[in-house]
Write a new protein. Structure first.
Length: 181
């Protein structure tokens, strides 16, 4: 599928579970199945980077659905998001975790360890080689690609509160595939 499903950000977030996220840099391919995501509701969500309007850091969030929004968390870890809403809405889904399906040895080298390769948003980006240089690029062409299954896979989804934020934590917009948690 080369477009994202339409709808509220939290519904699109659930559809991203089971999707494949693939990177290819310098001939090294890596891929994961997305197992945990977190929805952010744009300008109306106080926990969202979009809540204070467009700025240099979050400009990609306000682009078309399917845009990759990458930012550095606490000045240390890159975090990747899929823009889901209409242009100007700032809705996005943080990619929190994935199950490696290709390039696991490359992921180990990038992470400098053999385990816990993709079980957090910063770890996921490091394992896949995603950095700020991919911010604002399309997830349907280029070195970072998202592939959604035509039919959502059978899986049990757990909805919990978002983590690592200070506002609107109680929204149950963090989604995890129970079979992989």
């Amino acid at each position: 599928m080369t477009t994202l499903p339409e709808g509220p950000v939290q519904e699109v977030a659930k559809r991203l579970l089971g999707a494949r996220l693939r990177t290819e840099f310098a001939g090294l391919a890596t891929e994961v199945i997305l197992t945990e995501v977190e929805a952010y509701g744009g300008v109306d969500d106080p926990a969202s980077h979009a809540s204070r309007g467009v700025n240099a850091r979050n400009r990609a969030m306000f682009g078309p659905a399917g845009t990759l929004y990458v930012y550095r968390s606490y000045g240390v870890h890159w975090c990747a998001n899929v823009v889901t809403g209409a242009v100007g809405m700032g809705e996005a889904v943080l990619l929190r975790a994935g199950l490696p399906t290709e390039g696991e040895e490359t992921m180990r080298r990038r992470r400098g360890r053999r385990d816990h390769l993709c079980d957090g948003p910063g770890k996921l980006c490091q394992a896949l080689g995603i950095t700020g240089s991919q911010d604002g690029t399309s997830l349907f062409e280029g070195p970072v690609r998202l592939r959604l299954p035509a039919v959502p896979p059978p899986q049990t989804v757990l909805a919990t509160s978002r983590v690592g934020i200070s506002r609107e934590k109680e929204r149950p917009w963090r989604f995890t595939v129970i079979e992989f948690s």
